[in-house]
Design a protein around this ligand. Structure first.
Ligand code: PMP
Ligand code: GLU
Length: 385
């Protein structure tokens, strides 16, 4: 047999989620806090729109980059005036389209770290090189512009910024974003922004990179209905990009995906027109979960739990143990709580807890984690004994 040309690492987050679900299906008592998937039902208006679309036989192809009325609804909701809007099957294909169209072998893409598990593979798929610039706990995992600048070379083509950040829950504010915009301008880089957690910001109003009008000619901004409207399985994402970039991304998507799902488009039309109250309610549910979970995990001797300002993740330092993967394995074996090791996000020594579950489940998880951590700290041999 001729060799397989490409070797791709599977998505660790999706793999762990599948494993935890399989254990639960086999009868294990597992609390699955791996995948970042909103547990709430999607808005009723979206469900009704799908029913109506089915009755109206809306099951044919739609335009490759989305139907005009859906694009208009996205533009209105997101406040995107300049640039072309593209609709596709979630944020992932749009990110892949952007990276694939902009980058190739010889190019480098800066990824502030720790970063979403799929980014390095998305970059490698194009032949380009991911350059991870690590953040540190001292600056709340916000990577300062100075550090980013040090990693720029003649090959740097783009910077991919996720804000709020998966996995740390960090939120880049105006000053940090301004630094990034200035760097992109100074070195003539494309800015690819992934703002899928934009509705999950708990302390201050979220600032989109789109609000920097001087960045729009180099900005490809991606968002989706997966988190904000609990529609991850319906696969509906949207992006805005300068016209020449949007044109090639659209051509790419027409070959790679054909078009978005016609029913999901109708659901999007309905949910995008919901009032701001929907988003405010969602944010307060998650803020409350975060606050109560952090309280339940506080006061464990030798262990700090930081209340991250965004997304729905806690980023827990487990460097006191021998490694993050062993921590997750043992926690799952002993207490039936599934978390994601930081190595999946290029940052060993940490684990990620997704608090997208009902508070009663989160409080039970906190009890088990506390028992596990206190038990392993009090034993002289540690977690791998
Ligand atoms: N970006 C980030 C940072 C994510 O955490 C995820 C996970 N859903 C995605 C993109 C993919 O989103 P979608 O479901 O819209 O493809
Ligand atoms: N984004 C989620 C996560 O980080 C879902 C899984 C995935 O898309 O990778 O867990």
């Amino acid at each position: 047999m001729k060799p397989i040309y490409r070797h791709i690492q599977p998505s660790v987050t999706m793999g762990l989620d599948t494993q935890a679900k399989a254990l639960a299906a086999a009868g294990r008592d597992v609390i699955n806090l791996t995948a970042g998937q909103v547990d709430l039902p999607m808005p009723e208006a979206g469900k009704a729109a799908i029913d109506m679309a089915l009755k109206a036989n809306m099951t044919g192809y739609v335009p490759a980059t989305g139907s005009p009325d859906v694009k208009a609804a996205v533009r209105a909701r997101m406040g995107w005036q300049e640039g072309e809007v593209l609709i596709s099957a979630g944020a992932k294909p749009l990110l892949n389209a952007a990276i694939s169209c902009l980058c190739g072998p010889e190019d480098e893409v800066i990824l502030p770290g720790p970063c979403y598990t799929s980014y390095p593979e998305m970059v490698r798929l194009t032949g380009a090189k991911p350059i991870i610039v690590p953040g540190t706990a001292e600056n709340g995992f916000i990577v300062p512009g100075m550090n980013i600048e040090r990693h720029i070379t003649a090959h740097t083509k783009a910077l991919l910024l996720n804000n709020p950040v998966n996995p740390t829950g960090a939120v880049y504010g105006r000053e940090a974003l301004r630094q990034i915009v200035e760097i992109a301008k100074r070195y003539d880089l494309y800015l690819i922004a992934d703002e899928v957690y934009g509705s999950f910001v708990y302390e201050e109003a979220f600032i989109s990179l789109y609000s920097f009008s001087d960045a729009r000619d180099r900005l490809i901004l991606v968002n989706s209905a997966s988190k904000s409207y609990a529609m991850a399985g319906l696969r509906l994402g949207y992006a805005v990009a300068p016209q020449p970039v949007a044109a090639v991304m659209g051509a790419y998507l027409s070959h790679a995906l054909g078009c978005p799902c016609s029913l999901s488009e109708q659901a999007a039309l309905a949910v995008l027109s919901l009032s701001d109250e929907y988003e405010q309610d969602l944010t307060s549910i998650f803020r409350d979960r975060r606050d109560r979970l952090c309280r339940a995990l506080s006061g464990i001797e030798g262990w700090q739990v930081h209340k991250a300002p965004g997304a729905f993740y806690l980023w827990l330092d487990v460097s006191g143990w021998d490694d993050d993967e062993a921590f997750c394995r043992k926690l799952l074996d002993e207490e039936g709580v599934a978390l994601t090791p930081g190595s999946a996000f290029c940052c060993p020594g940490y684990v990620r807890l997704a608090y997208a579950k009902d508070i009663s489940i989160l409080l039970e998880a906190a009890k088990r984690i506390r028992r596990f951590v206190e038990g392993s700290y009090s034993s002289s041999t540690g977690v791998n004994s």
